[in-house]
Design a protein. Structure first.
Length: 120
C-alpha cells in the first residue's frame, strides 16, 4: 500500500490530541486501546511501534510519518495492529494539516518532505 494512502486513509480517527497550555504545541498521543494491540507483538514490531510513539510525542511530523509507514509495511502485523497504525497515521495527518493551516513551519516542512517522498 502506498504511503500516501496510509497517511490519508479514510479510517475514522478517535481524537488523539492532548490540549496544550497557552502557547505550547499539542502533542500527539496514542489511544491506549490502539497501544494495547501491540502488547503481544513480536519484539521487532513492538520496537517499531514504540519508536513511532516516541516520535509522535516529539511533534516531528515527518519522522513520525515515516516510522508509522515502517510499522505499517511490516508483514508480521495482525489486522488489528494494521488498523491501529492506520488510525494513528490518520490522526497524525489530521493534526499535521491543521497545524500547517495555522502556519506551523514544522508542519509545512513535513508536508513538503512527504510530498517529495511519495513522488519518488
Amino acid at each position: 500500500m502506498r504511503f500516501n494512502s496510509v497517511i490519508l486513509a479514510g479510517a475514522a480517527a478517535v481524537s488523539l490530541f492532548v490540549a496544550g497550555c497557552g502557547g505550547e504545541k499539542k502533542t500527539t498521543t496514542v489511544d491506549p486501546a490502539r497501544d494495547k494491540v501491540f502488547q503481544s507483538a513480536s519484539a521487532e514490531v513492538k520496537g517499531q511501534w514504540d519508536q513511532a510513539k516516541s516520535l509522535l510525542k516529539s511533534n516531528d511530523y515527518f519522522a513520525a510519518s515515516m516510522a508509522l509507514k515502517n510499522v505499517f509495511d511490516n508483514p508480521a502485523l495482525t489486522t488489528e495492529q494494521r488498523k491501529a497504525v492506520s488510525d494513528t497515521s490518520q490522526a497524525l495527518s489530521d493534526k499535521m494539516y491543521e497545524a500547517a493551516r495555522n502556519g506551523d513551519e514544522a508542519a509545512n516542512k513535513a508536508l513538503d518532505e512527504l510530498k517529495k517522498t511519495t513522488l519518488r
